[in-house]
Design a protein around this ligand. Structure first.
Ligand code: FAD
Ligand code: NAP
Length: 541
């Protein structure tokens, strides 16, 4: 029993984004005491922080939304096919209010350490506000893309203008009108924001190191009739989503890209281009993601479209992705991205040709030129998947640090738990579909699995659960093998940690697909939590 007067909870949840909120709802339903800590001053996670112009989802909103309550589905109206950040944030805030979640959430408070007390089978959780609490279970809902990557660019502090990051865009906006604006980074965040920044700025200079493959979103207002029809058959649609490899509804081809006639293939790619679904081309043939020749047919199609859109052939070439397979980084969905470079006041700086030297008080210095700027936007990405976890001081049994356990790269059983860290659960942890899926689908599955696990532990008098080290190693090997059978590891992407200097190169998400992964998780439960060690009655006994 606790020997001090720190508050004691059954469950502490870290993070109040889509994952943390639903987890809170489920934990409450089990009658457990719970506290959520959220570093931001509001709920919403990704959609609270990333308020840059143009931010919107890349999965249709009717699918990128909670499925757990049919009434919620019916009452919420999406206004666009791909909702903007403000609309998604309103939705999440609505959920927080509708289920009366806020009273258990402490905002503006970052969890700094999560340290196991083996004797008492509990965790000591401390926050940057100086709070110290005990928890039997800690559930991280800290997100895969919530820890901005240090940009490793010299001189940022010296910049005399306004420095902003897409991942912490000020809530009251940034005045870009009439300004000389620079953007560093051309991943999804850069690609979504650049067209809108160009609309406002007097001049826009885009500093690109690696071109990305981007497809048009074909976003539009959502036709009320379409929404009504979808809602009439929502259960059917949700069931279909769970059968889709990525958790996104898309037609899946059954033939190799290399066995069809080139004209037929191009027509199929053109259909996909017009569909506005980023998952369409990868799904169109069986081998786009596994065979380099098949992949090259898709890559070349996209390159051709870039050449068609961008009038200056040199700029088009600089924007053309080469050297890594199509689809092996998360494909971007844009609205007018390539066309933006046809505008007179927009300049592309190819940092592969003229590398960035430093940010100066006046702007950005490359090996060739200094670009004077009033506003500099960093769209430089995230220390993904493991970053949010390792930024906390997490210490498991015998004081072992998670960052030591993962020194060679993350290993986890099913992305849900790590051996040696009993009663710590990681929503969308490494080794689960997370960021290679419709993330809401993967979040809901993890939350449901964890909630059912907590119920099971209570009903069966189990004090603690953690993975068996062998089962964890076998799963990590499987995650690796599945990735190795694809072209994904060939790209220096954030999926493998390549964007953060010194980060171990391990393919972090699970590529086996949402249906196979769900089945595995269900089978583990049916087999009495196979691969997990259930400690009765106390973990140290
Ligand atoms: P998050 O939304 O990241 O929330 C985690 C929260 O935890 C954050 O608010 C953070 O402040 C908090 N936190 C972290 N560490 C601590 C700590 N130590 N103490 C306290 N609080 C902490 N996925 C898709 O499938 N489709 C999309 O269209 C899509 N668009 C995206 C757009 C952007 C700009 C980004 C960055 C990501 C996008 N993603 C998308 C991925 C997105 O992160 C997930 O879809 C989803 O929002 C994740 O929800 P979450 O609750 O797991 O994590
Ligand atoms: P990102 O994909 O990692 O892109 C970061 C960009 O910054 C890359 O172009 C990178 O170049 C560049 N960069 C990083 N450090 C740099 C440096 N020191 N000098 C010059 N350039 C540098 O990050 P992101 O755009 O934020 O997207 C991350 C993920 O979030 C996406 O893949 C997606 O899953 C999600 N997201 C989704 C949406 C959406 O459409 N709904 C929108 C935004 C984000 P290199 O490639 O050369 O490293």
């Amino acid at each position: 029993m606790p020997t001090d007067d720190r508050p004691e909870y059954d469950v502490v949840i870290v993070g109040a984004g889509l994952a943390g909120l639903y987890m809170l709802h489920r934990v409450r339903g089990l009658g457990l005491s719970v506290r959520v800590y959220e570093a931001g001053d509001g709920v919403g996670g990704t959609w609270y922080w990333n308020r840059y112009p143009g931010a919107r989802c890349d999965v249709p909103s009717l699918e990128y939304s909670y499925s757990f309550d049919p009434q919620l589905e019916q009452e919420w109206e999406w206004s666009e096919r791909y909702a903007t950040q403000p609309e998604i944030l309103r939705y999440i805030e609505h959920v927080a209010d509708r289920y009366d979640l806020r009273r258990d959430i402490t905002l503006g408070t970052r969890v700094e350490s999560v340290i196991r007390d083996d004797e008492a089978n509990r965790w000591a959780v401390t926050t940057d506000a100086g709070e110290e609490v005990w928890a039997t279970f800690v559930i991280t809902a800290a997100g895969c893309l919530s820890a901005p990557k240090p940009p490793e660019i010299g001189g940022l502090d010296s910049f005399a203008g306004t420095l902003v990051s897409t991942s912490a865009w000020p809530a009251d906006g940034v005045d870009l009108a009439g300004k000389r604006v620079g953007v560093i980074g051309t991943g999804s965040s850069g690609i979504q924001s650049i067209p809108l920044i160009a609309e406002q700025a007097a001049s826009l200079t885009v500093f690109q190191r690696t071109p990305n493959y981007s497809l048009p979103a074909h976003n539009a207002p959502l036709d009320p009739a379409v929404q009504r029809d979808w809602k009439a058959r929502y259960r059917e649609h949700r069931a279909a989503v769970l059968q889709a490899r990525t958790g996104i509804l898309v037609e899946r081809g059954t033939r190799s890209a290399l066995e069809v006639d080139p004209d037929e293939r191009s027509a199929r790619y053109a259909q996909c281009w017009d569909s506005g679904l980023f998952a369409c081309i990868p799904a169109s043939y069986t081998d786009i993601i596994t065979d380099l020749d098949a992949n090259e047919t898709a890559a070349e199609f996209v390159r051709g479209r870039i050449r068609e859109i961008v009038r200056d052939p040199d700029v088009a070439e600089a924007l053309t992705p080469r050297g890594y397979p199509f689809g092996t980084k998360r494909i971007c969905l844009d609205t007018g991205y390539y066309d933006t470079f046809n505008q007179e006041h927009v300049t592309l700086v190819d940092l592969r040709r003229t590398p960035l030297v430093a940010v100066t008080p006046e702007g950005v210095q490359t090996t060739e030129e200094e670009f004077g700027l009033d506003v500099l936007v960093l769209a430089t990405g995230f220390d993904a998947v493991t970053g949010p976890l390792l930024r906390m001081d997490i210490r498991g049994r015998d004081g072992v640090h998670l960052r030591d356990a993962w020194a060679g790269g993350p290993h986890s059983y099913l992305g849900l738990q790590v051996a040696g860290f009993p009663n710590l659960f990681t929503i969308t942890g490494p080794g689960s579909p997370s960021v290679v899926s419709n993330v809401v689908v993967s979040i809901e599955q993890h939350v449901d699995w964890i909630a059912e696990c907590l119920r099971y532990l209570r009903e069966h008098g189990v004090a603690a659960i953690e993975p068996d080290a062998d089962a964890e190693a076998a799963w990590a090997q499987h995650v690796h093998d599945v990735a190795a059978a694809t072209l994904y590891p060939q790209a220096p992407s954030w999926f493998v940690g390549a964007n953060v200097p010194g980060k171990p190169r391990v393919f972090m998400p699970y590529l086996g697909g949402v249906p196979a992964y769900r089945q595995k998780c269900a089978e583990v439960v049916e087999a009495g939590y196979e691969g997990f060690v259930l400690h009765r009655p106390a973990v140290h006994a």
